[in-house]
Design a binder for this molecule. Structure first.
Ligand SMILES: NC(=O)c1ccc[n+]([C@@H]2O[C@H](COP(=O)([O-])OP(=O)(O)OC[C@H]3O[C@@H](n4cnc5c(N)ncnc54)[C@H](OP(=O)(O)O)[C@@H]3O)[C@@H](O)[C@H]2O)c1
Length: 296
């Protein structure tokens, strides 16, 4: 019998791609949307043959009926604590009540188990939800994919295309950073959702590159030198981030304030995968750094 997978956050960038990949793998796909979800995005899901259920996350019985007969809930929700802790917990409770055996939370990030509280505000929400899900009667699988590779197109200090500079932190010029494309993350997540044996953590990366590697690759691709710039020590970087956060309290209600973006960069240099689960589903072809940079 075909498995039914419930996707929350299916109207989002990652969630929509996960739905496509699940359908491609022959699953029945159900998506929870909200009354306030954009109608065009909801229609796009229906056009794909996703069965769309509108639910209010505060209504336990609506969520529970959305979870009925489901073998795995995949959450690709994005937001602050009201989403990552509160809404995901509401969904988790409904899944447990409905007897759903498995749940993939909306982690999709650097391996936060290697990071300390305060290093990254948005990861702290995920750590908090981890304690909730690990205490529940459901089998959880978190997918750690490092950074989405499209961040390399944002002109971040790590890859400043305009100034031709590449930032590194002391002793970290050869530190490998995990990057995964959105497409590869979605493909892997769909395979994991259909894999009843998947473990608590799966660590993947389309490619792992150091600041040095990025400089070499950029020279090859663009024929122009990129300068490595020393951003100081990791201790200084951490202290700077703490100061920026304390001085910019308004960012506490924003998903990606400037200091949060700096915390993501810090996390890339503070945690990385020592081994990868990329080969778990052999049909997945992983993108290269060259392909990701050429998407510019
Ligand atoms: N590793 C990385 O570099 C990286 C980068 C970006 C994102 N991510 C992660 O990837 C995951 C998906 O992100 P994304 O960029 O695909 O997000 P997105 O495009 O912003 O989509 C967010 C989804 O969450 C839903 N949502 C938001 N608030 C909600 C609420 N209060 N209740 C219920 N649903 C709500 C939205 O539904 P509506 O349409 O109803 O609003 C939408 O479907 C997140 O965990 C995010 O942190 C990782």
């Amino acid at each position: 019998m075909k498995s039914t997978i419930l996707v929350a956050g299916a109207t989002g960038n990652l969630g929509e791609k996960i739905c496509r990949d699940l359908l491609g793998r022959g699953a029945n796909v159900r998506a929870i949307v909200r009354a306030e979800s954009e109608p065009a995005k909801v229609k796009a899901l229906q056009d794909l043959d996703v069965s769309v259920v509108e639910a209010n996350f505060a209504d336990a019985s609506q969520l529970q009926s959305a979870c009925s007969g489901v073998s795995c809930v995949v959450s690709a929700l994005a937001g602050l604590d009201d989403v990552i802790i509160t809404a995901q917990s509401q969904l988790l409770n409904a899944a447990v009540q409905a007897g759903v055996p498995r749940f993939i939370p909306s982690d999709f990030c650097t391996d936060y188990t290697q990071l300390s509280e305060g290093d990254n505000r948005n990861f702290d929400f995920r750590k908090k939800f981890k304690t909730v899900i690990d205490d529940s009667a459901i089998k959880a699988t978190s997918i750690f994919n490092g950074a989405f590779s499209y961040v390399l197109q944002y002109g971040i200090p790590l890859f400043n295309f305009k100034d031709h500079t590449i930032a590194y932190y002391e002793g970290k010029a050869d530190w490998k950073i995990d990057f995964t494309t959105l497409d590869d993350t979605a493909a892997f997540t769909a395979a994991a959702a259909l894999d009843d044996e998947s473990p608590r953590y799966l660590r993947v990366a389309s490619f792992q590159v150091s600041p040095h590697d990025l400089a070499t690759l950029s020279q090859q691709l663009y024929g122009e030198p990129f300068q490595l710039v020393n951003g100081g020590t990791m201790e200084q970087f951490s202290a700077y981030n703490q100061k920026m956060r304390a001085e910019n309290q308004e960012g506490e209600t924003e998903l990606y304030p400037k200091w949060q973006q700096a915390q993501y960069l810090y996390s890339m240099f503070a945690a990385h995968h020592s081994s990868l689960d990329n080969s778990r589903y052999p049909d997945i072809r992983w993108s290269s750094a060259k392909e990701a940079l050429q998407q510019k």
